[in-house]
Design a protein around this ligand. Structure first.
Ligand code: BGC
Length: 748
């Protein structure tokens, strides 16, 4: 029977008032108040209603995994589903919310989750690209605006930020993360959580964040998605955990378990990860959601005999919400009877879920995210579209810029004729990238459109040239003709959006198909070729790298891709992006990353018996931190305040950076540290600080960094963070290889 909402809400509110925990003046709730509210609702709930709150189903609107629950609306109506994902727009979500609030006994509101990974409808660059901006303020703003747009579309929970560190570009999901470095990844994790959640989750312009995929999902063996993870516990803690921890400390109210197993236990069944580390060590108070079907997959992992057993393993490990397995909704009742789980286990999970619903303000007003006029005003608003451009501008990485006749090929100031070629040159859909949520490709500005707007008196001709994979070369002749009759070729090649993301691992990460063959043929014409590589992972292209006149790594830049690229190519914007993942020379080098260990036989070209390959150098094609500018930055010497510091001292480090080129520019100044002798082997360098500065041409900036014992710590043999006395080196420079250095000693 349908009940009017105010009566249902009144039931809950009355209980809350009686329990003395509603602040009528809307004051922010203290933890104690919140717990009392949660307890008062829990008191009203039957076991079935509790299990419903632990259940999350996808709508059929946008399916992101292998299974679907066709009758999810009936599940909501019968109280068997308390949370929905992959449904959006005010109209649709309001309809679902009405069912939960008006047609169920208690009227507990639904939470609406979605993968708002790099924008909701207005799409920003893929996260890996945006990380190349090294601009934390920019990334925070992206998360904030994505939250604003998503919240206006009826959502209150994003499955982001994804903060999995990865050193393996074969893995398709590097696109969603922040690259190979733990320190940078942790800084980004923190700001993205702040961006999504703001200061107060009950602000209807914010949404709940979800730290994922916990843990070490970015290190699958051989880069194959969902594969086993093999690593030492020291490596887990040293290289992988910090970004999750920083996201939790920043206040993320939810976390997602990863698909992989680690130390022989699938994360979904790992009490060590979900309870010991997440809750006991880090103090996480929010709820943990499984990944898509993750609980049922415990059977495939071979640790659960059947669904009931899978549910028991997950619940007792510390998973609170079941995404899509439809196991928590039924089986814990049986397990309870059999004494395999306790009512305390179930109540603890329900309380965590309800707590977040209270924090979101859903009990105050379940319809607070459903305002059609707000939706119309915010979606694709100028604020979002402007930010999409800014973010894209800062994500582009200039890898190569050769001089022709004494002048660098870029920026391209006044060409008479441009030949624009390639399958990504006039392509809207692929600019959105993988996990583009509700992104609308019809709003995307392509490179062709961007160039036409920018170069109004240039003749621009366009040819697709070839496809991503087909062996069809019939488009070559027109492309070559255009190249021969133009001043310059701009060639947009790389991956389409399907080549990356989930379930998109590749064993060979070259530029797909015959695109490189086309590129080399164009270069043969003698017309300078500017290659714009669009992709969601580092690709390998050593031959093209040798021959192209200029290379821009342009990722998938989102809704304003074409505008941003036209600004960069023309010089309206001076590129400042720096790689956050090394670009390998070839696939066999993987994993290749800057913070490797020395080994007992460090690479020495003159000595056969050292750690190296016979057929390729140890170095990547382009290292972590690398990216050129149209101007030149000259670095001074590294100056230290002291040669010796004590454990409680602060070392002041300074360096000057001068813009000696012809353009104003931005530079990411990077500081690395090396612990020369440790009780465990230490990396040859580790990023410990960075600053992005803007330096007008001709000017010099002096930069100051402070290092304390905290910056020198590492995970020791007993898994504690320790700083050991001894000699250290500090390096500063524009990337992880081109560095100035100085040494100091840390004393006890
Ligand atoms: C992915 C998650 C995502 C979920 C819901 C899963 O397949 O691994 O990252 O949040 O689907 O779409």
């Amino acid at each position: 029977m349908k009940k009017p909402i105010h009566i249902v809400s009144a039931t809950i509110v009355t209980v809350l008032l009686l329990s003395g925990c509603v602040t009528e003046n809307g004051d922010r709730q203290t933890d104690m108040q919140l717990d009392r509210k949660v307890d008062s609702v829990l008191l009203l709930m039957t076991l079935d209603e509790k299990l419903g709150q632990l259940t999350l189903y996808t709508s059929d609107w946008d399916v992101t995994g292998p299974t679907i629950r066709p009758d999810y609306m009936d599940d909501i109506r019968s109280g068997k589903c308390g949370n929905i994902f992959n449904a959006h727009t005010v109209a649709y979500n309001k309809k679902l919310q009405r069912i939960a609030v008006e047609e169920t006994r208690l009227g507990i509101p639904l939470m609406f989750g979605y993968d708002v990974i790099h924008g909701h409808k207005t799409i920003f660059p893929i996260p890996l690209a945006e990380a190349c901006s090294w601009n934390l303020g920019l990334m925070k703003k992206s998360a904030k605006l994505a939250a604003k747009e998503a919240a206006a579309s009826g959502l209150n929970w994003t499955f982001a930020p994804m903060v999995d560190i990865s050193r393996d570009p074969r893995w398709g999901r590097v696109s969603e993360g922040n690259g190979e470095d733990t320190y940078l990844g942790a800084c980004i994790s923190e700001v993205r959580v702040h961006g999504f959640q703001g200061r107060d989750l009950s602000d209807p312009y914010t949404i709940a964040a979800c730290i994922k995929h916990f843990a070490a999902y970015g290190a699958p063996v051989a880069g194959r998605d969902y594969n086993t993870v093999e690593m030492s516990e020291i490596s887990l803690r040293q290289d992988y955990l910090l970004p999750y921890q920083k996201g939790i400390e920043a206040g993320a109210v939810t976390a997602m378990a990863s698909f992989n197993d680690l130390f022989g236990v699938p994360a979904t069944a790992s009490k060590y990860l979900m309870t010991d580390i997440l809750r006991d060590e880090w103090g996480f108070e929010g709820f943990v959601v499984s990944d898509y079907d993750g609980i049922d997959q415990l059977r495939d992992h071979g640790v659960a005999e059947d669904k009931q057993h899978a549910g028991e393993l997950a619940l007792t490990a510390g998973i609170d919400m079941d995404m899509q397995s439809a196991i928590f909704v039924d089986f814990p009742a049986l397990s309870l009877e059999e004494g395999k789980v306790s009512m305390d286990d179930i109540n603890a999970a329900v309380k965590r879920v309800l707590r977040v619903k209270f924090q979101l303000g859903l009990f105050d007003d379940p319809y607070r995210y459903f305002d059609e006029s707000r939706e119309a005003e915010i979606v694709f608003s100028e604020e979002l579209m402007d930010h999409a451009l800014q973010s894209a501008l800062e994500s582009v990485v200039l890898l190569k810029n050769e001089a022709e006749n004494g002048r660098k090929i870029l920026p391209l100031t006044a060409p008479k004729k441009i030949a624009l070629i390639g399958p990504l040159a006039d392509n809207q859909l692929d600019m959105l990238g993988s996990w583009h949520a509700a992104g609308d490709h019809t709003r995307v500005v392509t490179l062709l459109e961007g160039l036409q707007k920018k170069y109004t008196s240039t003749e621009i001709s366009y040819a697709r040239g070839c496809d991503f994979y087909a062996e069809e070369r019939s488009g070559f002749s027109r492309a070559l003709h255009l190249a021969k009759t133009s001043d310059v070729v701009i060639l947009a090649i790389g991956e389409n959006q399907e080549h990356s993301g989930e379930a998109a691992s590749r064993s060979n990460i070259d530029i797909p198909g015959i695109q490189e063959e086309l590129a080399l043929a164009l270069i043969e014409t003698g017309t300078p070729v500017i290659v714009v590589i669009m992709a969601e992972r580092p690709l390998t292209f050593p031959v093209l790298n040798e021959k192209a006149s200029a290379i821009l790594y342009a990722w998938h830049l989102g809704t304003r891709a074409g505008d941003a690229l036209a600004d960069v190519l023309s010089g309206a914007c001076n590129p400042s992006g720096k790689l956050v993942m090394s670009i390998p020379e070839n696939t066999g080098q993987i994993p290749v990353y800057y913070n490797s260990k020395s080994t007992g036989r460090p690479d020495d070209p003159s000595n056969k018996y050292t750690s190296k390959y016979l057929d390729v150098s140890n170095n990547p094609l382009y290292p972590f931190g690398y990216g050129l500018s149209y101007t030149i930055f000259e670095y001074g010497e590294v100056r230290l305040s002291d040669a010796i510091i004590g454990m409680n001292d602060t070392l002041e480090v300074s360096i000057s950076v001068k813009n000696t080129g012809d353009y104003d520019g931005e530079e990411v100044v990077q500081l690395y540290v090396r612990d020369m002798v440790g009780s465990l082997t230490r990396p040859v360098k580790e990023l410990r600080a960075f600053k992005k500065i803007s330096v007008p041409r001709g000017e010099e900036h002096k930069l100051h960094f402070s290092l304390t014992r905290e910056d020198l710590k590492f995970v020791g043999g007993d898994l504690e963070y320790i700083a050991e006395p001894g000699d250290f080196k500090v390096f500063i420079g524009p990337d992880s290889e081109n560095l100035k250095e100085a040494g100091f000693t840390l004393k006890n």
